[in-house]
Ligand binder design. Structure first.
Ligand SMILES: Cc1cc2nc3c(=O)[nH]c(=O)nc-3n(C[C@H](O)[C@H](O)[C@H](O)COP(=O)(O)OP(=O)(O)OC[C@H]3O[C@@H](n4cnc5c(N)ncnc54)[C@H](O)[C@@H]3O)c2cc1C
Length: 468
C-alpha cells in the first residue's frame, strides 16, 4: 500500500488491525477450533521485540484483496498515468541487439505488431517463456506439491467469527479454506485427487461441518513451487514477479508483494536512464538488490512452521526473522548504495535500522499544517535530501539548483515542529549536522553524520544516482 500511495492509488480497502495473516486450525468451521497459528512464531523470531508504545512501522495495516479486484484498479490508474494497455495480446518472441529489443506481439484482434523498445520487462509469470528463451536457470525446491482447489460462492459468515483463513484437519480431509473478502471462498486440497463437482460440494460441507448452499465457480489443479531465477537481468531484458521468483502462498504475501516491489525498484531506475539523467549502470542494481530479497523470502518461507516439512536441513537452521522486518526492513546492498557493507543483518525492524543506507526511510506520524501525515509523504517521487542542519540544507539547495534531476531538499527544522524534527532526525540517524539522501523509491542511498561539503555531496549523488 505504501508503494501504491506513491502513484496515487489510495482507495484500496485495508484490513482491520490484528486480522492480517491469522489462520485458524480447525476440525471444521462448526467443529473444534484449535489456537490461531501465527505465520511468524512470536518466540522464535529473531529481532521480534515487542512494539514500543506509540511505535508504528507503517501508516497502513495492509490489504487482502484478490487479484480480480486489484488488477482493474491498477489498470485504470496506469491508463490515467498514460500507459497504453493491450489486453489479450500475446508476446510471440523477441530479439535483442546493441540498442534495444524488438518484440513480436499478436494483439487480441489477431493483428501482429512489432514493438521496438530500449528495454523489455518480462513479467510473464512462473512459466516465463522469455526467461526460458534467455536460458536463465532457477534454484530452489522446484514444484514440491500438487494442489487441487475449488473456488465457490457461499455465505459462511454464521460460522467464521470474522476469520478468513482456516486450516481444516479431520479424517479424510486435509485442506485450506480461504476467504476472498466477499462471499467467495477457495477450498484447497493438499492432494491430487480428481473430484467431481458433487464430491467438491460434499468436501465443502465437510469443511463447514453443516449443510450449506454452494455455487461452484471453478476448479483448478496447480503446484506449490519455490524457484528463484539465477539472474534477474540479461542485458536489456529484466525479469520480474513470478517470472523471477515463485514462492508458495504464505501469510506474508511473499508472492504478489515481492513482484510489486520488483516493479517499484525497477521503474524509477528505468525512468532515470530513459530520461537521460542516469547511466545504464544504475539498472545493474536491480538484480543486485532484488535477487537477495527473493532468496531471503524463500529461506524465510521454508524456515517457518507452515512449510518446514519440505525444508532442507540447511534451511531449517535459518533463524526466523521478524515478519515486519521482512516486509518493511530488508536491506539493499548494491553498487548504488553507499555505506551498506559489512556484516549487517539482511532484515530488521525499521526502528532498529535508524536510517541505515540501503533500507526504507522510516515512517513516523508528523504534523504538517495542522494535518497528521506520515513522513512517507515526502518520499517516493523524487530524490530527497534530508537534514536538520542549516549548513547542510544550504549546500544541498545550491547543488539541487545545478543538477538536471529533481532533488528536493527537506529542511526538517523549517518543515516540522521542533519535537517532530528531532524525532525524524533521530529515526534517520542524522541528528546534529548530518544529512541523508533518499532515492525516488524511498530507500536511503547515502548518509553522513557530519555537515557535507559541496564536493562530498556531489560525489555521493553521482555514485548513488549514476548521474550522467
Ligand atoms: C493459489 C494461489 C494463491 C496465492 N495466494 C497469494 C496470496 O495470498 N498473496 C500473494 O501475495 N500471492 C499469492 N499468490 C501468488 C501470486 O498469485 C503471484 O505471485 C502473482 O500473481 C505473480 O504476479 P505476476 O504478475 O508476476 O505473474 P502472473 O500473475 O502469473 O501474471 C503473468 C501474466 O503474464 C501473462 N503471459 C504469460 N506469457 C505471456 C505471453 N507470451 N504474452 C502475453 N502475456 C503472457 C499471463 O497470461 C499472466 O496474465 C498465490 C498464488 C496461487 C497459485
Amino acid at each position: 500500500l505504501e508503494m501504491f500511495d506513491t502513484v496515487g492509488l489510495t482507495t484500496i480497502p485495508e484490513v482491520t488491525p490484528g486480522s492480517m495473516g491469522r489462520r485458524i486450525q480447525a476440525e471444521s468451521l462448526t467443529g473444534k477450533w484449535k489456537a490461531a497459528a501465527e505465520f511468524t512464531p512470536p518466540k522464535a523470531a529473531v529481532g521480534g521485540r515487542p512494539q514500543m508504545p506509540g511505535e508504528q512501522d507503517s501508516p497502513h495495516v495492509g490489504a487482502a484483496l484478490s487479484q480480480d479486484l486489484i488488477e482493474p484498479m491498477l489498470r485504470s490508474r496506469a491508463s490515467e498515468l498514460g500507459a497504453e494497455l493491450w489486453l489479450g495480446a500475446q508476446a510471440l518472441g523477441f530479439e535483442k541487439d546493441q540498442d534495444g529489443v524488438t518484440t513480436r506481439v499478436r494483439k487480441a484482434d489477431g493483428v501482429e505488431r512489432q514493438i521496438r523498445a530500449r528495454y523489455l520487462i518480462a513479467a510473464d509469470g512462473n512459466k516465463s517463456a522469455i526467461r526460458e528463451g534467455l536460458g536463465i536457470g532457477r534454484e530452489g525446491l522446484g514444484a514440491f506439491q500438487v494442489m487441487r482447489s475449488v473456488f465457490f460462492r457461499a455465505d459462511l459468515t454464521a460460522w467464521t467469527r470474522g476469520n478468513g483463513q482456516f486450516e481444516i484437519e479431520q479424517p479424510g480431509l486435509d485442506a485450506f479454506l480461504a476467504s476472498y473478502g466477499d462471499d467467495r471462498w477457495a477450498l484447497m486440497f493438499k492432494d491430487d485427487i480428481d473430484r467431481s463437482d458433487a464430491q467438491m460440494a460434499q468436501s465443502i460441507e465437510q469443511a463447514v461441518g453443516a449443510p450449506v448452499e454452494v455455487e461452484i465457480l471453478s476448479t483448478a489443479r496447480w503446484e506449490l513451487t519455490a524457484l528463484i531465477a539465477d539472474r534477474f537481468q540479461d542485458g536489456r531484458v529484466f525479469i520480474a514477479g513470478d517470472a523471477a521468483h515463485t514462492l508458495p502462498p504464505t501469510r506474508g504475501g511473499y508472492g504478489a508483494n515481492t513482484g510489486i516491489a520488483d516493479a517499484f525498484n525497477l521503474a524509477w531506475k528505468l525512468a532515470a536512464v530513459l530520461g537521460g539523467n542516469s547511466r545504464p549502470e544504475l539498472l545493474d542494481s536491480y538484480d543486485q538488490e532484488r535477487r537477495p530479497v527473493a532468496l531471503l523470502r524463500f529461506r524465510q518461507t521454508f524456515a517457518r512452521p507452515d512449510y518446514a516439512r519440505w525444508a532442507t536441513a540447511d534451511i531449517k537452521a535459518t533463524p526466523i526473522l521478524d515478519g515486519v522486518a521482512i516486509e518493511l526492513g530488508e536491506l539493499y546492498r548494491s553498487s548504488v548504495i553507499l555505506g551498506a557493507d559489512g556484516d549487517l543483518p539482511l532484515a530488521q525492524r525499521p526502528a532498529d535500522w535508524q536510517g541505515q543506507p540501503g533500507t526504507r526511510a522510516p515512517h513516523r506520524w508528523v504534523e504538517r499544517g495542522g494535518e497528521r501525515v506520515s513522513t512517507l509523504r515526502y518520499y517516493g517521487h523524487d530524490w530527497v535530501f534530508v537534514s536538520a542542519n542549516c549548513g547542510s540544507v544550504e549546500t544541498a539547495r545550491d547543488f539541487a539548483d545545478r543538477v538536471p534531476v529533481e532533488l528536493s531538499v527537506l529542511n526538517l527544522n523549517a518543515e516540522l515542529t521542533q519535537g517532530d524534527a528531532n524525532a525524524v532526525a533521530d529515526d534517520l540517524g542524522i541528528k546534529g549536522g548530518g544529512a541523508t539522501l533518499v532515492r525516488p523509491d524511498g530507500i536511503v542511498a547515502w548518509r553522513t553524520t557530519e555537515t557535507p561539503s559541496a564536493e562530498a555531496l556531489a560525489r555521493a549523488f553521482s555514485t548513488v544516482s549514476c548521474l550522467v
